[in-house]
Design a protein around this ligand. Structure first.
Ligand code: NAD
Ligand code: LMR
Length: 342
């Protein structure tokens, strides 16, 4: 029930209530990279939340128009725009949640790791500013390669002396959204009921849907497991190829990121039983970062849920061992990137 409660329909229900009453809470959210393909629809969805009093939109260009446009929506939050590094500190002061979709997306033929050279620098400089101006905020990293950009963010925060592992999240919600959609289609289930935990990381074989842990309980043939797992792992590439050079997933990503923001805000607001999958510092495996279900609370990650990793099928257990070397290398690449520049 908690998982279902964190879905978008709940946002829309609350939205109806907010038309009659004052906002239920007054959280401030910043989006860094707000004029981009993800940033714009994400800002729109966050603008719909009754939990938000201020929406700060930052980009290196084109953000003024996005903010002017959005500010005409008659929902409670105030929209402010910030352009370029000189305005970044003001954008971040006093915010509760910082979402980072800044960076370049893939084109056909590229891996997420091919984005490392450009996006590592972008994430590093943005997280430095977050450390200086919003050290207590929840930080949601969307920029790819997530398997490396999250460790980069952690190292930057450590260097600045403000690292709180409970508040740094790699956003892997889109993997869960996709898994839920594909499983519901395949098994002819009501979408709203389906929840599939997705563990590991956010690239290729590091994305591991635990189909055996699908709720409600469903049985799959071996062929279905293989076909669904591969489709979920390649879903990002499916979109990159369909967009044929015009970028990667933006709308489904904005939907997924808005769900993760709403869950974070509900947790900050004191709601109980808020669960999401996320790539976080973790002791579930020997790897320092790992995506799994986590329970969110006022202070960030309240608990990393280990139960999903118990009694894995043989297929899942093998896939888990197979993903570890790649995920480990991506994490180490991120850490080394920051250490080299220290
Ligand atoms: P986009 O090119 O449409 O938008 C990126 C935005 O970032 C642009 O507006 C650009 O001006 C801005 N930007 C660049 N450098 C910046 C900086 N230093 N400070 C602030 N803003 C900056 O790209 P997009 O489609 O929105 O994708 C953004 C990122 O999200 C990509 O790295 C992509 O791979 C990633 N992504 C992740 C997931 C996920 O599941 N985690 C899903 C989809 C996309
Ligand atoms: C996704 O999963 O859609 C994103 O990580 C973007 C990409 O490059 O596939």
């Amino acid at each position: 029930a908690a998982l279902l409660a964190s879905s978008i329909p709940k946002v829309q229900q609350s939205q109806r209530a907010s038309n009659q009453f004052q906002p239920q809470a007054s959280f401030k959210v910043a989006v860094l990279g707000a004029a981009g393909g993800i940033g714009q629809p994400l800002a729109l969805l966050i603008k719909m939340s009754p939990l938000v009093s201020a929406l700060h939109l930052y980009d290196i260009a084109n953000v003024k128009g996005v903010a002017a446009d959005l500010s005409h929506c008659n929902t409670p939050s105030q929209v402010l725009d910030f352009t370029g590094p000189l305005e970044l500190a003001n954008c971040l002061k006093g915010v509760d949640v910082v979402v980072i979709p800044a960076g370049v997306p893939r084109k056909p033929g590229m891996t997420r790791d091919d984005l490392f050279n450009i996006n590592a620098n972008i994430v590093k400089s943005l997280v430095e500013a977050v450390a200086d101006n919003a050290p207590n905020a929840f930080i949601h990293i969307i920029s790819n390669p997530v398997n490396s950009t999250v460790p980069i963010a952690a190292e930057v925060l450590k260097q600045k002396g403000v690292y709180d592992p409970k508040k740094l999240f790699g956003v892997t919600t889109l993997d869960v959204v996709r898994a839920n959609t594909f499983v519901a289609q395949q098994k002819n289930l009501k979408l709203v009921d389906v929840d599939v935990p997705v563990i590991g990381g956010h690239a290729g074989i590091t994305i591991l849907p635990l189909l055996s842990k699908t709720r409600p309980s469903v049985t799959f043939t071996d062929e279905e497991v293989e076909q669904l797992t591969v489709r979920i792992q390649n879903a990002g590439t499916e979109v990159v190829e369909a967009k044929a050079g015009a970028g990667s997933a933006t709308l489904s990503m904005a939907y997924a990121a808005a769900r993760f923001v709403e869950s974070s805000l509900r947790a900050l607001d004191g709601d109980g039983e808020v669960y999401e999958c996320s790539f976080v510092q973790s002791e579930l495996t020997e790897l320092p970062f790992f995506a799994s279900r986590v329970e969110l609370g006022k202070k960030g990650v309240e608990a990393v849920i280990s139960a999903d990793l118990h009694r894995l099928t043989e297929y899942e257990a093998k896939a888990l061992e197979a993903l570890k070397p790649e995920l480990k290398a991506s994490i180490e690449k991120g850490v080394a990137f920051v250490e080299k520049r220290a």
